[in-house]
Design a binder for this molecule. Structure first.
Ligand SMILES: [Zn+2]
Ligand SMILES: [Zn+2]
Length: 188
């Protein structure tokens, strides 16, 4: 009677171990499956990421292989070495720079005090630096470096030579030259 009950106990014990083994097997199976799926996703992620950052095929292959071989360690190395900007970011930045450049060339700045000035001003409103001069014939505003008026084809050759000599006061600016000399006269 005692022997029989012991055998039953042993049998139930064996059955318990069996189920424990089965559960462990299932858990390990899930873990392995998870790790494999994780590994594959990392490889896919790396491949997509490197493709958005470089068009160089060799770099793409190397980065993907790095993660495929070294798993998470490879991912760390990849994160350290990968190009900082994606191609889309670089493209966006180029567009921004180009538009900024276009804006800068569109908007003139005073070459004396670097204040922004409108294109149709004769002198800088901040420092009085001469920016343009009127054509003596058609009175349209011309760049100081121009030798000819592009509007009425007047030859301005003697004009710019004087301004090149660095004597802006000598420039014939009606309404400005007179008060200046008046002030000077009062001071003397
Ligand atoms: Zn200025
Ligand atoms: Zn003109």
């Amino acid at each position: 009677m005692i022997m029989k009950s012991f055998l039953v106990l042993a049998a139930t014990g064996n059955a318990f171990l069996d189920t424990l083994n089965k559960i462990l097997g299932i858990v390990v199976g899930f873990l392995v499956a998870f790790v494999v799926i994780f590994w594959i996703s990392l490889i896919i992620w790396t491949f997509r990421d490197i493709r958005s950052r470089t068009q160089d095929l060799l770099s793409q292959i190397l980065a993907t292989l790095l993660v495929a071989v070294f798993f998470i360690g490879g991912l760390f190395i990849y994160m350290i070495l990968r190009p900082r900007q994606t191609l889309a970011e670089i493209y966006e930045r180029q567009l921004e720079e180009e538009s900024l450049l276009a804006e800068m060339t569109e908007r003139q700045t005073c070459n004396n005090c670097h204040a922004r000035v409108e294109t149709d001003l004769q002198i800088c409103p901040s420092c009085g630096q001469q920016l343009k001069r009127p054509c003596p014939k058609c009175e349209r505003l011309l760049e100081l470096r121009w030798s000819f008026c592009p509007y009425c084809a007047t030859n301005l050759a003697p004009g710019p030579m004087q301004s090149m000599a660095g004597m802006p006061i000598m420039q014939p600016i009606p309404g400005q030259g007179a008060p200046m000399s008046g002030q000077l006269g009062q001071r003397y």
